[in-house]
Ligand binder design. Structure first.
Ligand SMILES: Cc1cc2nc3c(=O)[nH]c(=O)nc-3n(C[C@H](O)[C@H](O)[C@H](O)COP(=O)(O)OP(=O)(O)OC[C@H]3O[C@@H](n4cnc5c(N)ncnc54)[C@H](O)[C@@H]3O)c2cc1C
Length: 372
């Protein structure tokens, strides 16, 4: 039996299907999704510094971002990076372009009840497979969450031209800091339409204060963005557990992918670009070795950095603004994005950290290392 099953046809399942299709896999691939989180209603934004297989799915590309930190607004060019937006419906269409001509790719509706060596249980039936890529069940036990990212976003239509259509705001700290370390993110469509999102890093289990989040969004729109009258078309919200430790991904012929595989970057909550890189590496490993386990691992220090940052900001929320201010203090955002992509050298990291309170971070690092 050489069948490959991909459990979950969301971001990671679809991305992997496309990468396997171009890697010339002859084995049957079945992608199973129960529709509980329909991809077509979703969108992902992310930065990248090179071409990717699914680039045709991007509906917007930006070459600058805005940040407002430590009382100052800056518009930063992205250097070699670009920031892009991918809508779920476009992702599906582009993935289908790779997979539809290949008869051995099928997309099946079904609920995955369990994943095991040798196959998956779908709607109570065992489906045999040689390889299972699991984005829905995940390995147990998961590492403990170090923090949670709580966000609530509104798709807004404003009466006034309140948004800069060419420049997304990655973070703007002009919002109350009562419920953890908070900032507002703005992804513009044009001068009158944008996704405006209130985002907080908080200690795991901190209860959500929906009213405070909505009040903060309303205050930002009227007092900071100058939106005038506005309408909220739709609202999205989520609480993402942030884990610096990587979960165990491999069990026999099962590999966990996507957020369940630890692909969510713990200090940002972004996963899109990491999922693309992971999908490409899995397909390459399958092609070269006939197994999916030859995957690159970033140096362990990046997980330590993420964990330390989360420890510091959950204890002392004001440190988030300071840390982002230090990382994004250059004339371009490239050094910060390269660091967040875990692609910096140690000397570059020491330069980036120079604006942060060394004693606070060293104490947190010592504590984290000692409690391992
Ligand atoms: C609201 C929100 C917005 C986000 N925005 C961004 C962003 O802009 N940029 C970014 O980089 N990251 C973002 N993230 C983080 C991350 O990129 C996403 O969570 C991403 O979708 C994770 O991919 P995944 O494949 O692991 O999970 P998903 O994309 O959620 O895919 C899981 C799929 O499995 C299906 N499913 C679930 N359970 C079962 C089951 N038992 N059986 C069968 N099918 C099942 C679901 O229908 C879904 O299609 C966001 C996360 C959230 C929650």
């Amino acid at each position: 039996m050489t069948r490959i099953v991909i459990a979950g046809g969301g971001l990671s399942g679809l991305s992997l299907a496309a990468h396997l299709a171009v890697a010339d896999h002859r084995h049957p691939v079945v992608v199973i999704d129960d529709g509980s989180r329909p991809v077509v209603t979703r969108a992902w934004a992310s930065w990248s510094c090179g071409p990717g297989l699914l680039d045709a799915a991007a509906c917007r590309w930006f070459d600058k971002i805005r940040v407002h930190v430590n009382g100052r607004t800056s518009v930063l060019p992205l250097g070699r990076y670009r920031y892009r937006v991918v809508r779920g419906e476009d992702l599906v269409a582009v993935v289908r372009r790779f997979t539809d001509p290949l008869r051995h790719f099928t997309f099946q509706d079904g609920h995955v009840d369990g994943v095991a060596e040798g196959g998956v249980i779908v709607d109570g039936q065992f489906l045999r497979a040689r390889w299972v890529f699991d984005s829905v069940i995940g390995a147990e036990p998961e590492p403990p969450a170090d923090a949670q990212l709580v966000f609530r976003g509104w798709r807004v239509t404003s009466e006034r031209a309140a948004f800069d259509a060419e420049v997304p705001t990655l973070f703007d700290f002009r919002t109350p800091q009562r419920n953890g370390a908070s900032f507002v993110y703005v992804l513009p469509e044009d001068a009158h339409h944008a996704l405006v999102e209130h985002t907080s890093f908080a200690a795991p289990g901190t209860p959500q204060d929906e009213t405070a989040q909505r009040n903060a969004l309303a205050e930002y729109l009227s007092e900071v963005a100058g939106a005038g009258d506005y309408e909220v078309g739709s609202e999205e919200h989520a609480v993402l557990p942030l884990r610096a430790a990587r979960p165990s991904r491999r069990l026999g012929h099962v590999l966990t992918i996507g957020a369940r595989g630890g692909l969510l970057k713990a200090s940002t909550g972004f996963a899109y670009q990491r999922v693309q890189a992971d999908s490409a590496a899995i397909a390459e490993s399958m092609h070269r070795h006939g197994h999916p386990f030859d995957l690159p691992e970033a140096p362990a220090r990046f997980r330590l950095f993420d964990g330390v940052l989360l420890d510091v900001v959950t204890q002392e929320p004001a440190q988030l603004e300071r840390a982002f201010g230090a990382l994004f203090r250059y004339r371009t955002a490239e050094p910060a994005l390269r660091f967040l992509d875990e692609a910096t050298s140690m000397p570059q990291e020491w330069q980036l950290f120079a604006g942060m309170p060394a004693a606070t971070y060293l104490a947190a690092a010592r504590h984290r290392l000692a409690s391992k």
